[in-house]
Write a new protein. Sequence first.
Length: 407
Amino acid sequence: MEYLRPLKEQVYSCLRCGICRGDCVIESSGIYEAFCPIYLVKPHDVFTPRGKLMLARAYLEGKTPPEQLIDYVFACTNCNNCTLHCPLAQIPRVDYKTKQVTEARLLDPAKIVEAFKAELFSKGFYPKGLNTLLESGKEKHNVCFEPHEERFSWLPREVKESLPKQAKYVYFVGCLSSYRFTNIAKATVEILEKLDVDYTLIDEWCCGSSFWRIGDFKTAEEMAMHNLKEISRAGAEYIIVSCADSYRALKKDYAEKLKEDLDIKVLHISELLQSFVKENKVKLKKVESVLRVAYHDPCSAAKHVDLYHPPRELLKAIPGIELFEMLHNKKGSFCCGAGGGITYAYPDVALKLSSMRIQEALNIGVKQVISICPLCESSLSKASEALGKPIEVLDLVEVLNQRLERT
C-alpha cells in the first residue's frame, strides 16, 4: 500500500459530516450547491469524497477487494472542491508532543482520493477507458496519441528557425494545445512575437498532470524528469504556460511530488500579460461593439493554485469586452467535468457536467465563455455542440490576440 498507507491518519480523521458533498440540488431551476460534481450525476454517498474515504478505510482494513472499488474511486474530477470546503482541511496537523506543524492540512480529501487512485492503479485496477490515454503517454509522450516529432507542426517555419536555444522565457505549450487546440498555441506565440518577448521552446513531453490525476505516478514522474532536464538546458528565468494543467504541474506538482526546486518562476500567460498591461507595454485596438462574456475558472489553475484574478483583470482591460460572472465562480466555481481522467473513463459523466456549466452561462445571457484551459475548452465545446451550439467557447489568448497590436 505504497500510496494510501502514508495518509492513513488522514483517512481516519474524516468526521463523515458530509459537507464535502453538499445537498441542495434543484435541477429544474439550475440551482445546485453540491460541492462534489460527481454527486450531481451519481447521487449516491459512495461517489462522494466522504464515501471514498470510507472505502479507503475499508480497503486499509482489508475488508474490500480492490476490483470492486474501481468505478467509485476513479469517478472523481479532482476539482478540489472537497478540500476547499472540508472544515478539517482548513486546520494544520500538529504533533502534540513537539507542537510542530507536520502537515498543512489535518485532512485533504482530494489528496487522499488521488493517492487511492494510485494505489489501485499500481495493482492493475483502473477503468479500461483509460487504456488509450495510458498507451499514448508511454509510447508518444502525449495525451493525444500523436507522433512526438509532430508536436510543433503548428509552428510557422520562420518562427521555429528564429528561436534561440536559450532565452529569458520558455513557453511550455502542453499536449492539447500542440495537437488538438493549436489555435491556443498559435495565438500565444503570436502574442509573444507582437510583444517582442525573448522566448524559446523546448523538446517537451506531456507535463504529467493527466497521469498523476489517474494514478499513473510512474509515467508522470518520467515525463516530469524529462521536462526538467530540457528546461534546465534552456537557461530560462521564467516558464510561460497557456494550459491550466501544465500550470498546476510545473508550479505545484513538480515541487510537491518530485521534491524538485525548479528555481524558475512559472507564469500563466495571463499573469505575464496582466503585468504588461499594468506597465503599459500592451496596445489594444479600440472597438465599437460590446460583447458579453463569462469567465470559467479551470480547477487546476484556480482551485489548486489560486489563479483567479489575472485572467479576469486581463479580460476587463480588453476594449469591447463586458465580463459577467456565472452563478458558480472563483472558489465556488463549477467543474467542466473533464478532469481526473473523467473525459476518457466516463465521457457521459463529463458531458452532463459540462452541459450544466454551459447552461449556467446561458442563464446570464452571455455570448461567449472564456477560459484558460484547453481541456475545459474541449469539454465545454462538446457540451455547447450537444446543445445545438448556443454559445461559443474560446481561450483568453485568442480573444486578446484579436485585439492586440504589435509594439
